[in-house]
Design a protein around this ligand. Structure first.
Ligand SMILES: Nc1ncnc2c1ncn2[C@@H]1O[C@H](COP(=O)(O)OP(=O)(O)OP(=O)(O)O)[C@@H](O)[C@H]1O
Length: 506
């Protein structure tokens, strides 16, 4: 890709009927620059120049970062140089500015910019300025270049038409290279790295991190399959994380900037599911008072997650298969086809291969959906994951309820490890949520767990050390983790109990 190859006709798509425009795959709006100028004035009046600059720089930064992500998705093989230039070209195509040929923010001379909409609007609505005011544009360039370069790039404007200069000038440098010059600007700059709105996708991988070798294999396959466009079928019991894995794949695919939509096929009654997936035309059936876009269409160039696809009726299976084969769909009550762009990721807790053998699920659809099959094992088969996951889920539950961080007591850990987890990670998540809400102290005790999370079974055989460990854990469990009472019951001093626990943990 070369920057000059980017042109408005390929980047901009308009679906007038759906009331949506997309630019580089991102939903976009056509906004009157004059209205933005008026908004700027109100922002400056309300927050002062410093507040306005900070807010609008951040706004630009998010825009720039998202634009870079969107372009990266479309031009995976473009060089870093081409990607850098493409950012300026995007600004031109969006009508924000004009860049003098041969100049660029990363060059030592910086980018010379004419026709900055922002300087023009500032002059019109706020009057002449003492210092450069193209805050959104500087933010845009910082966000765009930081995302492309994968390091913190700060762009500053040092000449501005709003201050009486003939043109605006933007200079980009890595944050550390600015040295002292950055100090007066530091308060206005967004924090380094992805903007807050984009962090969910970035940290998704961490959240799915697991010690279980089976999950590690699944994640490795998921990363590889994310890069291609094949259909993926996710298998696993309810609550094992299929929805989360589908989002993980989407976030790492070239489609990441486009929507991720999910339909729970088992939860929607048959007659409504067709309209949910395919949409309908006004008057197609009683109650269809206006046109409706279905999820297959609304997912656009993104990903549609079909959860519990095994619950789909035979008639719906035929319709879905036809749409996937022909890559086109028809809204209910319409005759003309529309292109289907979305990638399908399907999931089921059922044994779909068995359902195919028994005639409950179409073989041809099964093969089309499971070009790649990924399996998530139940939590009870991932013993090594239980405590790390419990701690991570407890930490986020504490953050949600506004509590400072809590730890898991020994007896609580034993109970968690001995439970069979029929509800998988969802059940563990609920247990941690409950503990964060109800626990009296800073540590989750066995009593803070739901009653059905079984107590550790009595161990009657094993080495002396194992028997001792079991006796201590059970006593702690009976006394809600209270070490003094457990020690009294066992006839040892609290310090002996503490010492032995530490030894066993080590
Ligand atoms: N590895 C993980 N780390 C953190 N949370 C997880 C993980 N796996 C699953 N969860 C959480 O557990 C809950 C259940 O996960 P999810 O909805 O993805 O499961 P599912 O298999 O799609 O369930 P169902 O089949 O019932 O729809 C969610 O709240 C999810 O955020």
């Amino acid at each position: 890709m070369r920057a000059e190859d980017l042109d408005i006709t390929t980047l901009l798509s308009a679906d007038a009927e759906a009331g949506a425009l997309h630019f580089a795959g991102l939903r976009a709006l056509i906004v009157d620059a004059g209205a933005l100028g008026a908004l700027r004035r109100d922002v400056v009046d309300a927050l002062g120049v410093a507040g306005g600059r900070s807010l609008l720089t951040r706004f630009g930064y998010v825009q720039g970062w998202r634009a870079a992500e969107a372009l990266r998705g479309r031009f995976a093989s473009a060089s870093a140089h081409a990607m850098r230039d493409a950012g300026g070209r995007l600004g031109v195509l969006q009508g924000m500015l004009r860049i003098a040929p041969g100049t660029g923010p990363m060059t030592p001379e910086g980018a010379t910019v004419a026709a900055s909409y922002e300087a023009e609007q500032h002059l019109q609505h706020c009057g002449r300025a003492d210092a450069p005011v193209c805050w959104t544009l500087a933010g845009f360039a910082s966000g765009y270049l930081s995302c492309v370069e994968r390091r913190d790039i700060v762009v500053l404007e040092d000449r501005c038409v709003a201050c009486g200069d003939r043109s605006c000038r933007f200079v980009a440098r890595p944050r550390e290279a600015w040295g002292e010059t950055l100090t007066p600007h530091a308060a206005y700059l967004p924090p380094a790295g992805p903007p807050r709105s984009e962090r969910a996708a970035v940290t998704l991988e961490d959240e799915l991190q697991s010690r279980s070798p089976a999950i590690q294999r699944t994640l490795e396959l998921a990363r590889r399959v994310a890069a291609v466009d094949s259909s993926v079928l996710l298998l696993g019991d309810s609550g094992t994380g299929k929805d989360r894995l589908a989002r993980f794949i989407h976030a790492r695919s070239r489609r990441a900037a486009a929507p991720f939509l999910a339909v729970h096929c088992g939860a929607i009654p048959e007659p409504l599911l067709e309209s949910e997936l395919f949409g309908h035309a006004r008057g197609a059936f009683t109650g269809a008072t206006r046109d409706r876009v279905g999820m297959l269409e609304a997912a656009g160039a993104g990903t549609l997650f079909l959860d519990e696809v095994g619950e789909m009726s035979p008639a719906m299976q035929v319709k879905l298969l036809r749409a996937l084969q022909q890559r086109e769909l028809r809204r209910v009550g319409e005759n003309h086809p529309r292109p289907l762009h979305a990638r399908i990721v399907a999931a089921t807790h059922r044994d779909l291969a068995a359902a195919v053998e028994q005639g409950g699920f179409r073989r041809d659809l099964y093969y089309r959906l499971r070009v790649v099959e990924l399996r998530l094992p139940p939590l009870r088969a991932r013993q090594e994951d239980i405590l790390p996951l419990a701690r991570a889920l407890l930490a986020s539950a504490c953050a949600r309820v506004g509590r400072s961080e809590m730890s898991l007591g020994t007896a609580a850990c034993e109970r968690l490890l001995h439970h069979s987890w029929p509800g998988n990670v969802r059940e563990l998540e609920n247990a941690m949520e409950r503990a964060a809400a109800l626990a009296a102290g800073p540590q989750v005790e066995a009593d803070d767990l739901p009653d059905d999370i079984a107590a550790a079974p009595v161990k009657r055989t094993g080495s002396l050390q194992q028997l001792e460990h079991a006796a201590i854990v059970e006593a702690l469990g009976r006394h809600g983790g209270h070490q003094q009472r457990a020690a009294a019951e066992l006839g040892i001093s609290p310090s002996t109990l503490y010492r032995r626990l530490r030894k066993q943990r080590a």
